[in-house]
Design a binder for this molecule. Structure first.
Ligand code: PEP
Ligand code: MG
Length: 529
């Protein structure tokens, strides 16, 4: 059967068939409009918060876009209007989203038509939240090839790539988000293999050839042998690439470069190490704070920090102190809304205004560091020396209270606010390392909201102004003799590697899935002096 290849590779395994459905609109009477509006609003907020978390993960743009879609004021108006007209929350939501999906399906461009799956995805997630219906998980016990009509991004993100060896969709499209995610996860995949669900029975052995765009389910002996030979060659190549990723990378002129991983929680550590990470350059601790309605205790945090530090052996674990506020709300710590959240009380600013948030974390870090010397602390959103001093004073106070020595814990800062670049000399005298956060640095240097899709031209870390800010940071770090790393998206972009090495950067931290290609890029680059 022929389809359209969206990711190369060749795999053989039993087929698993997957279908999922939209929860039905419950049969109940409408209560007052305020109740119905609150019901759908709460579900949207929960799903959006979850998407914002997923947006932090590798290839999270899709989920960031879904979160924006959910917050679209026009959509919200359409839902409210239906409720005001007497519909229950679930009916109002289902109908408004169906209308939106219909618009996309009727669009002229292929790309827009493929966005229908994205609408269905957010529609279903909010419906599940409202009806309390559990997600139909794809139950895959053994390595398999997954066949489905279409997969939504949330389905693909939840797949275990050790068990799903290949994906074959009867629908889908080349630019559909499920295809993008399959590529990002390195899973060979076909789309538009029409009729595959009808022709293949569950458990039947199939071979997916992502080079030729074919799904084989009854090949002749000769074809089987040929496919097996191709598959073995591909697997050997994959294995080699993995082995190369595990080795340290140097440039062609022999300059050694450290490559670390950005992680969002303990679940990311295994993949980071398997992808060749030489430690963690950024642990975004927000997940600990955002996963429940109550703040994590000192002991809960301590356990997580110790577990990750132990898994890394003697390689560094850079724990970033809580970086919420602004666009990252915290259910457990409601904050007043601000006119300019990105310029508001976020990151270290929030922590210094509400030291109780930070103190528990500092105590957990100090205690974990006592057992795991590879732990270091990183402070986000620093603009001024004074902020560093205040955090350090809190650290000292808590260390004294615990009877621990704070001086052995390395303390660094993120350089992501233009003021920090301009204050870099003074800041370098106070801290043990810098890490450049190009996501925020770019938005602040360019004065362009990083989530605003109308401004993608401006949100460009190759802009000379951003490059100059990076250069100034590296120079200040170099002068003070402290290490400078980068943990924003730019660090994982192979198109930026040459420029960053030229500027003097020697430490990169990026999502695990980007590390093998990053190391390969470093190995073929010569630093221009
Ligand atoms: C950054 O701003 O570049 C960064 C790494 O932090 P975050 O993306 O979590 O804001
Ligand atoms: Mg940031």
């Amino acid at each position: 059967m022929s389809g359209l290849s969206v990711n190369e590779g060749i795999v053989s395994a039993p087929a698993v068939l997957f279908t999922h459905s939209m929860p039905a609109v419950p049969e109940r009477d409408a209560r007052d409009a305020a109740f119905e509006i609150e019901h759908v609003k709460r579900a949207i907020d929960t799903v959006a918060a979850h998407l914002d978390q997923q947006a932090k993960r590798p290839h999270g743009d899709i989920f960031a876009a879904h979160s924006m879609m959910l917050r679209d004021p026009e959509l919200w108006q359409a839902v409210q209007a239906r409720i005001q007209a007497g519909a229950i929350a679930e009916r109002a939501w289902a109908d408004a989203l169906q209308a939106l999906a219909d618009d996309f399906r009727a669009a002229e461009s292929q790309y827009m038509r493929e966005r229908e799956a994205d609408v269905q995805d957010i529609a279903r997630q909010v419906m599940m939240e409202m009806t309390g219906e559990p997600a139909a998980a794809v139950a895959i016990e053994q390595p398999s090839i997954l066949l489905a009509r279409d997969l939504m991004p949330s389905d693909v993100a939840g797949l275990d790539s050790a068990k799903v060896l290949g994906i074959c969709l009867s629908e889908g499209g080349k630019t559909s988000h499920s295809a993008i995610l399959a590529r990002a996860m390195g899973i060979p995949a076909l789309v538009k293999a029409r009729g595959c669900l009808e022709q293949v029975t569950p458990g039947q052995m199939v071979t997916l050839d992502g080079f030729a765009g074919l799904l084989w389910f009854a090949p002749s002996a000769a074809v089987s042998a040929q496919l097996a030979a191709q598959r073995d060659a591909w697997q050997a190549e994959q294995h080699q690439a993995k082995q190369r990723a595990l080795q340290h990378a140097s440039t062609t002129d022999g300059i050694s470069v450290s490559v670390l991983a950005n992680i969002g929680g303990p679940d990311d550590v295994r993949k980071a190490l398997d992808s060749g990470a030489e430690g963690v350059g950024l642990f975004r601790t927000e997940f600990l704070f955002q996963r429940s309605d109550s703040l994590p205790t000192e002991q809960e945090q301590f356990d997580v920090y110790c577990d990750i530090a132990a898994a890394l052996g003697d390689q560094p674990l850079t724990i970033r102190s809580l970086d919420v506020g602004g666009d990252k709300p915290l259910a457990a710590f409601p904050m007043p809304s601000e006119d300019n959240p990105f310029l508001g009380v976020r990151g270290v600013r929030l922590c210094l205004k509400h030291p109780e948030l930070l103190v528990t974390q500092l105590r957990a870090i100090l205690r974990a560091h006592q057992q795991h010397r590879n732990i270091q602390l990183m402070i986000p959103m620093v603009a001024r020396v004074d902020e560093v001093r205040q955090v350090k004073a809190l650290l000292q106070r808590e260390a004294d209270a615990l009877g621990l020595d704070a001086s052995t814990l390395p303390v660094g800062i993120m350089i992501e606010v233009p003021a920090a670049v301009l204050n870099a000399d003074a800041l370098a005298a106070e801290v043990d390392f810098f890490s450049i956060g190009t996501n925020d640095l770019t938005q602040y240097v360019m004065a362009a909201d990083r989530g605003n899709t109308e401004l993608t031209d401006l949100i460009n870390y190759f802009d000379p102004a951003v490059l100059r800010a990076i250069e100034m940071t590296c120079a200040a770090g170099g002068k003070a003799g402290i290490p400078v790393s980068m943990c924003g998206e730019m660090a994982g972009d192979p198109k930026a590697t040459q420029q960053l090495l030229n500027i003097g950067l020697r430490k990169f931290s990026a999502s695990a899935s980007l590390l093998p290609a990053l190391k390969a890029q470093i190995r073929q680059t010569a630093v221009m002096k």
